[in-house]
Design a protein around this ligand. Structure first.
Ligand SMILES: Cc1ncc(COP(=O)(O)O)c(C=O)c1O
Length: 496
């Protein structure tokens, strides 16, 4: 009989089974009643710290079974529940239950998806996932790419590929400071903050970003875009990339992608689409026209952990010619022996992005794509959009609400008291709605976030939530109006 090493880390088969079953029972019961719980308990960081305690680093181990009971209690009773039907803040989806199970399986096998030899099946699954994601949104399945931790990373990964593709080949050795011509890039002013982080982190500085104004439809103004590029060229700058939004973070607007693609072709610029949130909606046949031009993109960011309902974390960078990723990220240290099959070149994902050791985040996406199927996603994403339209319509029809925008599954609105006198109406409404949002976020009935649209402080709802129903929409409208009235009264009292 084989002798097993005694280790404080090992959990026996019997104990693992017992704890695992109990944990799964607990999670299943939690999911079953998630809609009856508050979206958040609204506890302050101090209160949370108190509940958690301030124990010192444990010197000796604790029984795993006890630990799970205690930890499940902490998390299930003191978390903000983005799986709740009335969670529609920011852009975090309700997580697909199959994703939670897939993560458990992925962690149990623990393949290092940095190199094929370390993860033969997982690498093949990630490759297939990426091909399926390309097919899903309707671009050629010859796009390649990599899964990353989320939208920021998906956009960063593409940003650097764009730079490699458009900068002189000497950039790698000489760095930016010794490269002639200041490299500049273009995006609408509605672009997510990742672009500032990228410009800062990768040495371009925020001044390299040309924030192009939006037109009346909140899309990038193409005329100003072209004028700005031409001016930059006249001034000796080196334009290298235009970013189009396919669902901007605040209002869900999709830029005119075809027009951007044309400008990119004319000026030999890299065309990147930030579709972190919205691009999964391209799967819906009736919406194809909104996304016209995506097949022209050199790179696309899309986040399965947003509108494909994967548990955090998983984003994806798709690149039309994946060689640009290899040119950017590949290195061959002497201590790697990852290309030992002479007949077949290895697909080693460490050559495609920032990470060398990489987790198996593909599994939850790959399994969900099969569990739900393309038709299931079309149905669910469509329902999210219909619910968002319903909310917008209900807000439009309510005398105390102003419906502001509705695109994809994002609607913005604000509370306006029936009759009020204020010296500066817009300033008052902004204050009122900001305070109202804070109240709603603490209250636990619903979780919304905010957007500033045409200088109006709005309540923003983003439905990437397969649990939300029509009934929830009606209740959310009631909650917003009820809390809006209360907040207005409180402000009137406070202002004497
Ligand atoms: C359009 C867009 N791009 C990028 C991001 C950043 O994604 P992440 O938070 O996953 O890094 C977001 C997040 O909401 C987004 O909406």
């Amino acid at each position: 009989m084989k002798m097993h090493r005694e280790s404080p880390i090992e959990i026996s088969k019997e104990e693992f089974t017992k704890i695992g079953y109990r944990l799964i029972d607990t999670i299943a019961a939690f999911i079953d009643v998630i809609g009856d719980k508050p979206v958040t308990t609204g506890e302050s960081p101090k209160q949370i710290q108190h509940i958690l305690g301030t124990a010192l680093l444990p010197e000796t181990g604790t029984d795993a079974s006890e630990l799970f009971v205690k930890t499940a209690g902490l998390l299930l009773n003191h978390s903000l529940l983005n799986g709740h039907p009335k969670f529609m803040g920011y852009i975090t989806s309700s997580p697909a239950p199959i994703g939670a199970l897939a993560d458990l399986l992925a962690a149990a096998v623990n393949p290092n998806v940095g190199a094929n030899i370390l993860s033969p099946m997982a690498t093949a699954i990630e490759k297939q996932t990426i091909t399926w994601l390309a097919e899903f949104i309707g671009v050629s399945s010859t796009y390649g790419g990599i899964l990353v931790s989320g939208g920021n990373m998906a956009n960063f990964t593409a940003f650097l590929a764009a730079r490699t593709a458009k900068a002189p080949a000497s950039l790698k050795e000489n760095g930016l400071v010794n490269t002639p011509g200041e490299m500049v890039l273009y995006c609408s002013k509605a672009t997510h903050t990742w672009i500032e982080k990228a410009a800062v982190l990768f040495g371009h500085g925020t001044r390299s970003i040309r924030w192009i104004p939006t037109n009346i439809n909140n899309k990038i103004d193409n005329e100003i875009l072209v004028q700005t590029i031409e001016e930059d060229l006249k001034n000796g700058k080196k334009p290298f990339m235009i970013v189009g939004n396919a669902g901007d973070v605040s209002t869900g607007v999709v830029d005119d992608l075809l027009a951007i693609a044309t400008v990119c072709k004319q000026h030999d610029l890299w065309f990147h689409i930030d579709g972190a949130y919205g691009i999964p909606a391209a799967v819906i046949p009736q919406l194809k026209n909104i996304f016209e031009g995506i097949e022209e993109a050199d790179s696309i960011a899309l986040d399965p952990h947003k509108w494909l309902y994967a548990p955090l974390e998983v984003g994806c960078t798709l690149v039309k010619n994946p060689q640009h990723l290899i040119d950017t990220y590949s290195s061959h240290p002497v201590y790697y022996n990852f290309d030992n099959n002479e007949e077949e070149p290895s697909l080693n994902y460490y050559e495609y992005g920032f990470q060398n050791s990489r987790g198996f985040r593909a599994l939850k996406v790959w399994m969900a794509l099969q569990h739900v199927g393309k038709s299931g996603y079309i149905e669910t994403i469509n329902e999210d959009i219909e619910l968002s339209k319903l909310l917008f319509e209900k807000a439009s029809n309510h005398p105390e609400l102003e419906a502001i925008t509705q695109n994809l599954s994002i609607a913005t609105l604000r509370y306006i008291p029936l009759a009020f006198v204020a010296e500066d109406r817009e300033t008052y409404l902004n204050t009122l709605n900001e305070k109202l949002l804070n109240q709603l976020q603490q209250g636990g009935e619903v979780f919304l976030s905010n957007a500033i649209v045409s200088e109006k402080y709005c309540l923003r709802t983003c439905i990437a939530n397969f649990r939300t129903s029509k009934n929830d929409i009606e209740e959310i409208i009631e909650t917003v109006v009820r809390e809006g009235r209360k907040m207005h009264e409180m402000l009137l009292l406070a202002n004497g």
